[in-house]
Design a protein around this ligand. Structure first.
Ligand SMILES: NC(=O)C1=CN([C@@H]2O[C@H](COP(=O)(O)OP(=O)(O)OC[C@H]3O[C@@H](n4cnc5c(N)ncnc54)[C@H](O)[C@@H]3O)[C@@H](O)[C@H]2O)C=CC1
Ligand SMILES: O=C(O)C(=O)Cc1ccc(O)cc1
Length: 296
């Protein structure tokens, strides 16, 4: 039996890891009648059609959004303002404009600055990804069992929000609705600062490399190896995230630095009890993460 699609036409702008995963997942779930792609890179457009996760693709984003019922920005967050401006005049009245960006207040502001009245703005963030990029990195199962956070502004159309919630659920995601500002604070500590720590430790080790020669690579089977995966994440995307979520990241980083100083003090004064107490608490957190199925 053929399913009735939730949206007749969906346009994905940005056909990398998340855009391609969305395309594959939408195809599998049958939630879109037609999937149109847009990417500034012509080779990416060609690859997307070849892989079959879009029906057609083009480099002109404004042309690609014509007659779309749902438009999803899947590019780095720093591009949202210019892209929203570029497509604003071509959006169909009554369409939903959404995104998958890792920072939500700046996404909402960028879209709200340009979208015409009658277009529903519902920012979204699938908290699912990998360190890989590009159209070949995506897969249909990426969102399964993962949270997607919707951050509709005050007064957003309830029916449009509910429809987008059903869309993400059809892709296997669990959906939570919260304020954009709250999202940015929570994600600063659970996602953005962990990436910053990884970039920092791998950077420090790379600087030491000249002293230790190849030992950093050779003995990287320890904790360092896990950090190198995170530190291999997309540089454009992460530059944009830290600039867009500057306030929340700096606030959480202040707190993090204080706690790091306490640890430094505990080591200096050989306070084994303090170290053991913290490590026991963190081991319990890991147990809870596994229990919640968020460890893969
Ligand atoms: N990578 C991850 O694990 C996750 C990423 N996100 C968010 O998803 C978004 C996309 O990330 P990825 O798919 O990982 O990136 P990606 O680098 O794999 O793909 C981005 C694509 O956007 C295209 N692009 C860039 N600027 C453009 C523009 N101005 N106009 C048209 N196309 C443009 C690029 O050519 C590229 O094909 C980001 O906003 C990121 O914060 C959200 C959840 C997880
Ligand atoms: O690869 C990892 O471990 C990630 O943390 C992926 C990721 C990156 C950015 C997001 O906004 C959400 C998930």
């Amino acid at each position: 039996m053929t399913k009735t699609p939730l949206y007749d036409r969906v346009t994905l702008i940005g056909l990398g890891l998340i855009g391609s995963s969305l395309g594959h997942a939408m195809r599998r779930a049958g939630v879109a009648g037609e999937i149109i792609g847009a990417d500034r890179d012509e080779a990416v457009c060609k690859k997307a059609v070849e892989l079959g996760f879009v029906d057609r693709a083009e480099t002109d984003a404004a042309k690609a959004v014509a007659d779309a019922d749902l438009v999803v920005l899947c590019t780095p967050v720093g591009t949202f303002d210019a892209l929203a401006k570029e497509i604003a005049g071509a959006l169909k009245p009554g369409a939903t404009l959404s995104d998958v960006g890792s920072v939500k207040l700046s996404a909402l502001k960028a879209m709200a600055a340009h979208a015409p009245e009658g277009v529903h703005l519902i920012p979204a963030h699938p908290v699912a990804g990998t360190e890989n990029s590009g159209p070949e990195a995506g897969f249909a199962e990426l969102f399964e069992g993962r949270w997607t956070i919707l951050t509709p502004p005050d007064g957003a159309d309830a029916a449009a929000t509910e429809k987008l919630k059903s869309f993400w659920e059809a892709l296997g995601s669990k959906v939570e609705v919260m304020e954009a500002e709250h999202h940015d604070l929570v994600l600063a500590i659970t996602s953005h600062i962990p990436h910053l720590i990884a970039y920092n430790i791998v950077g420090t080790a790379a600087d030491l490399e000249t002293v230790t020669e190849s030992e950093v690579i050779k003995y990287s089977a320890g904790g360092f190896r896990d950090f190198t995966r995170i530190a291999a994440s997309n540089p454009d995307m992460w530059r944009d995230i830290f600039l867009a979520n500057k306030d929340a990241v700096l606030e959480m980083l202040g707190r993090f630095s204080e706690d790091l100083s306490s640890l430094q003090r505990a080591i200096r004064w050989e306070d084994g009890d303090a170290l053991h107490k913290l490590f026991t608490r963190t081991r319990e957190i890991r147990r809870q993460v596994i229990e919640a199925g968020q460890d893969e």
